[in-house]
Design a protein around this ligand. Structure first.
Ligand code: 6R9
Length: 635
């Protein structure tokens, strides 16, 4: 049991050494001592980094929901598993004990089975942050269906692309959802998406807003009446260790999203272990991760990680600014939250508000605060540390990705000394390396390079759905024998890692990964556009914002730039969703002619960052002040 929970720096170094010298023994023990299995494994790991093939816990049999729910029933049956905090603070919170969670998940699992969903089928979930979202995710896992949760900010078009990519058979959605003082028409978006798909047989509907919807007989089914009649116990499907648990789409350098596939046993062991250590969770703590379940952080650290450890996890439906900017702090006080995990964007936007918003609340319950999704700048780090953590709570800056399944570089609270803007040290089992452009490993400290990991860990994604070659090409080819993250990093004088940002064509805006290619494709759909290029530029709150360089088919067309700007943003929103939006646009006569796209982007980034451009071949039609003005107007 001793290596499951790390309590001192000395122990960390000891455990870390063990984990990298004898990874099989290390991960074997963790799996052996902390989970329930129908059948144990023949081998802890088998892998080939060239072919990107990973088998963890070979031939083991299990069901992850047995580990998330059933095994807690004996001792934690009456313990709260989920605290649901609705969007509207006047609506009462709802609580689900582990026993109630068992019942809810069983009912949902039985309904899905009755509707013909079988092991291996793909089920799309497009829901607001309500308890039914957690129940459906776990119900899929219970019956062996592969869940594919689509973030509710994605447009109908983005949703249909994802449904088609994995041939989902069923989609679960709601009539509508609440978001601050707005409602979102979930059902309408799904209806639009289904015009462009033909694999969905059934649309299962949760009632949330009671708004009117178009109901299509024979295809649409209200869940509530079915749940009321469903059996309250359910058999958990026997899953192989390597059976897929879920698909989660992430943006890449091309227009097509990558369906990252995570499998059952390795993912389970990895997220449980990292949750326990990175948040120093203790039995009666209340833990809150604000991430939407549509992202990997919500999967691993709102649902699976906490429930695997028998924790109490808060599910928040709302947004940080509603009804005012104190909402996060209010919820921490209300539910006596002990561990709080959020994104730098949220911190930066709240730090801009009056200090009373945070000072008026009693947050003594907090023990650990965390950050994820993008680099946290020094200013935001200090504000978070001073005003939320009260200089008392360790701030863990956790670096990881959809592809890594769980946190890979992070301080362990009360163990690893923290340093602002540094993710710090690798967790046990993780061997980070820095590589230069010539594919040589960079030895020593105080060095900057491409961040890779050179040995597999149980939570690593296994493939891209339907395209293993793309998985190899994206992550295992640039630096043969290593997993390449796409991020750059600095290793300081004591070996701490600081993530410097993406080195590829992905831009992280408010913590959301956006590939430049799909945005450019959307811009190019405009009838007046000849070509375009999108780059990121630093933004106070969002971290990065999008800057579009657009070449029009005819020079004179730019006179209508105000409308063009709006129409182009509308096209992007239709294709991808509201999360992708050009903050600035510049109409140019041509893109720089360079040897490679990489160099062109470097030039454009310089211009976007406001450095004076001395590249003669780019002539702007609009001077930057005017562009600023137009951008502001259109916001
Ligand atoms: C978990 C998650 C992954 C990308 C990743 C990196 C950025 C995440 C970070 C961080 C600096 C951190 N990122 N955590 N950058 N410091 N603590 O966000 O997954 O949505 O796949 O994004 O996010 O650039 O490569 P995902």
């Amino acid at each position: 049991m001793s290596s499951y929970s790390i309590d001192s720096l000395e122990q960390y170094f000891k455990v870390y050494r063990k984990s990298v010298n004898k990874p099989k023994k290390f991960w074997g023990k963790i799996a052996e001592n902390n989970f329930t299995w129908y059948q144990k494994w023949d081998k802890v790991v088998e892998f080939d980094m060239q072919k990107a093939e990973f088998v963890w816990y070979k031939n083991a049999k299990l069901n992850i929901t047995k580990n998330c729910i059933d095994r807690h029933l004996a001792n934690r049956g009456d313990k709260k598993a989920i605290i649901f905090e609705p969007n509207n603070p006047d609506e009462p919170s709802r609580f689900f004990t582990y026993s109630e969670l068992y019942t809810e998940v069983s009912k949902m699992a039985n309904v899905l089975r009755d509707q013909g969903v079988k092991k291996g089928d793909r089920v799309c979930i497009y829901l607001p942050m309500i308890p039914e979202l957690v129940f459906t995710v776990l119900a899929c896992a219970r019956i062996g269906a592969i869940h594919s949760v689509i973030f509710a900010g994605f447009s109908a078009n983005a949703l249909s692309t994802r449904i088609n990519d994995c041939n989902a058979k069923v989609i679960i959605t709601a009539d509508g959802g609440y978001r601050g003082n707005k409602t979102v028409d979930f059902k309408k978006i799904v209806d639009d998406a289904l015009n462009k798909t033909n694999t969905i047989e059934k649309v299962l509907l949760v009632k949330r807003t009671n708004q009117e919807i178009d109901f299509k007989e024979g295809r649409d089914i209200w869940l509530q009446p079915l749940l009321e009649q469903a059996e309250t116990t359910s058999k958990a499907e026997v899953m192989d260790a390597e059976d897929p648990l879920f698909i989660l789409y992430t943006s890449g350098s091309t227009g097509k999203p990558k369906g990252m596939v995570h499998t059952t046993a390795g993912y389970m062991v990895y997220v449980a272990y990292t949750f326990k250590n990175v948040f120093n969770y203790k039995e009666n703590d209340v833990y809150w991760c604000t991430a939407d379940i549509g992202w990997i952080t919500g999967h691993s650290y709102t649902i699976y990680g906490p429930l695997l450890n028998g924790a109490t996890t808060v599910l928040f439906e709302g947004i940080p600014s509603y009804p005012d900017h104190s909402r996060f702090w209010n919820v921490i006080q209300k539910h006596n939250v002990n561990q709080f995990y959020t994104a730098p964007t949220a911190i930066r936007s709240l730090a801009k508000e009056r200090i009373e918003f945070v000072q008026d609340f009693e947050m003594d319950s907090l023990k650990v605060i965390g950050s994820v999704g993008e680099p946290i700048n020094e200013e935001a780090w200090h504000w978070y540390n001073d005003h939320v953590g009260n200089k008392r709570c360790p701030l863990v800056d956790t670096w990881w990705q959809t592809e890594t399944g769980g946190i890979v570089i992070s301080a362990i609270p009360f163990v690893t000394p923290t340093k602002p803007t540094y993710a710090s040290l690798p967790l046990p089992g993780i061997r980070p390396v820095l590589m230069d452009e010539l594919r040589n490993e960079i030895e020593g400290n105080q060095k900057l390079g491409n961040l890779c990991i050179d040995y597999p860990w149980p939570g690593i994604a296994r493939t891209i759905w339907g395209d293993h070659q793309r998985y190899i090409d994206t992550y295992f080819s640039k630096f043969p024998g290593k997993y390449f993250s796409g991020d750059g990093a600095l290793r300081d004088e004591v070996g701490y890692y600081r993530i410097t940002g993406r080195v590829d064509d992905v831009i992280i805006v408010s913590g959301h990964n956006l590939g430049t290619a799909p945005i450019e494709d959307a811009i190019n759909e405009h009838q007046t556009v000849a070509e375009s290029a999108v780059v990121g530029f630093p933004h106070d709150i969002k971290g990065n914002a999008l800057y579009g360089f657009v070449v029009l088919k005819e020079v004179g067309l730019w006179r209508d730039r105000n409308n063009l700007y709006k129409e182009i943003n509308q096209l992007i929103s239709d294709q991808i969703g509201g999360i992708a939006k050009l903050d600035k646009i510049q109409f140019v006569t041509g893109l720089p002619k360079t040897r490679s796209g990489k160099i062109m982007r470097r030039i454009l980034r310089k211009i976007a960052e406001g450095e004076k451009s001395d590249f003669g071949d780019i002539t702007t039609l609009v001077n930057p002040e005017i562009v600023e003005e137009i951008s502001k107007e259109a916001l």
